[in-house]
Design a protein around this ligand. Structure first.
Ligand code: XIL
Length: 431
């Protein structure tokens, strides 16, 4: 056998071993239940894709995708079946060509944190942990710090006051982040979605009436205080930013209708930031939203941010950035970022993913180009002072576990190998 053949054989063996190891890892993933039932019992059927919302929540199932229409419906619960053949056809990979040794976050070390979102099961996986720790220096809990995860109904009823409890899976994730020296974004406190209805009712009982403004303000302050106090006591300096309010602007502009607004009134956003400012310590306060660049929604968001910034209640705007290769244009997206920056606040890209229906090599290159073009502009503006970008988070470590997995929106493919999008970001060199 000549050297070339030996090399090919080694590559094939390497790919087979890699796929087998990943399969074993996947099988070892454990799911977990929410809050009060915070047992960590293995639930192999929830393996890998554990990113579905809980059903015991206020309204919907997460944000609408940013499809270019203002009224898209969300498809976050789709899963992808990845037979080995598909993966090989779609993403011809050389598993021996390891990314280990190159670090994405290192490339932007002087500019901003580079993060990914994580689920509990991901943090239990050795391969994923290795990739995360090597490539990123910031993480966001994908679901495990949302209101439906931290607000404990049983304890609240028992105590007669709203009670925050960080359940075992969340605590495990925070310990994991601490052990690996990862910084964290807090996500999220005041949101219309993935929030239990019972927090808005008398005696935490949805068969009774909605509480008064005064009571809801007390509950709001208490939630915000308890969350900040818990992390400051147990994980000092780990959290650098927090989405105090998430998705508070309606798709058509104006404030989104929700139970927070119904119980407290139109000033509930300002109230939330006022409480947050009181308890946040050094943690920066963010308002976070999707479709920030769309028509009336942008107009409202700009005026809310301006007002909060003038009152010194906000530190930055989180542009979720669930994009598609077809929309928005890089120009529209970045111009919007510049508008927020003009108020003197930080900007963070908090949940970036770019969907594509074209999974051919060409399609993935187009996706990579868009990732690269946006990041190049952000880096340039960050360096010349036009925009103070302090963090960029990709929403999903790799395509298979993304909430929009069928449209392969992340930097790593279904078997966690780097895509053109990853390479495009790595190519942005220091200027
Ligand atoms: C998504 C998660 O990725 C999914 O696992 C979950 O099923 C729904 O929520 N905007 C947000 C994020 O602020 O919290 C959402 O995350 C995506 C849209």
């Amino acid at each position: 056998m000549n050297t070339k053949n030996k090399g090919n054989l080694a590559k094939i063996l390497c790919i087979l071993i890699g796929v087998a190891m990943l399969a074993v890892d996947m099988f070892a993933f454990v799911g977990c239940t929410k809050n009060s039932e915070s047992t960590l019992s293995p639930t192999p059927t929830e393996a890998v894709v554990d990113n579905k919302p809980n059903t015991d929540v206020a309204t919907n199932t997460g944000a609408a995708p940013e499809t270019g229409t203002e009224t898209g419906s969300q498809t976050g619960s789709e899963t992808v079946t990845t037979g080995g053949e598909d993966v090989d056809t779609l993403y011809p990979v050389n598993a021996c060509e390891s990314i280990f040794g190159t670090r994405l976050c290192e490339n932007f070390a002087d500019d901003f944190y580079v993060g990914t979102c994580v689920s509990y099961s991901l943090t239990q996986n050795e391969t994923a942990t290795k990739v995360i720790v090597e490539q990123f220096n910031s993480v966001t809990c994908e679901n495990e710090m949302k209101p439906d995860h931290l607000l404990d109904k049983t304890a609240s009823k028992l105590n007669g006051e709203i009670t925050v409890k960080f359940p075992n899976d969340t605590v495990s994730m925070l310990n994991w982040a601490k052990d690996h020296n990862l910084k964290m974004r807090g996500h999220t406190m005041v949101w219309y979605s993935q929030t239990p209805n019972w927090i808005f009712y008398e005696d935490f009982d949805t068969s009774k009436s909605l509480v008064s403004r005064e009571v809801m303000l007390e509950r709001m302050e208490s939630i915000i205080r308890q969350e900040f106090e818990y992390v400051q006591e147990n994980y000092p300096d780990m959290f650098y930013a927090w989405d105090v309010c998430n998705e508070v602007i309606a798709d058509e502009g104006g404030l989104r209708d929700c139970l927070w607004k119904q119980t407290i009134g139109d000033d509930y956003i300002e109230q939330a930031f006022t409480f947050a400012r009181k308890y946040c310590g050094d943690i920066k306060l963010f308002i976070n939203d999707y479709n920030c660049y769309v028509g009336n929604k942008r107009t409202t968001l700009l005026s809310v941010v301006k007002d909060l910034a003038e009152k010194g209640l906000i530190d930055g705007v989180g542009m979720q950035s669930h994009l598609d290769v077809g929309y928005p244009s890089v120009g529209l997206y970045t111009a919007t970022m510049k508008m927020f920056a003009a108020f003197g606040v930080e900007v963070q890209i908090t949940e970036m993913d770019i969907t594509t229906d074209n999974k051919t090599e060409k399609g993935l290159n187009v996706q990579g180009q868009m990732y690269g073009d946006i990041m190049k502009q952000v880096v340039d503006w960050d360096r010349d002072g036009t925009v103070d970008c302090t963090s960029v988070t990709i929403w999903g470590l790799y395509d298979k576990i993304s909430w929009r997995s069928s449209q392969v929106p992340t930097l790593f493919d279904n078997i966690m190998l780097p895509k053109p999008a990853y390479n495009a970001l790595m190519e942005i060199t220091k200027g």
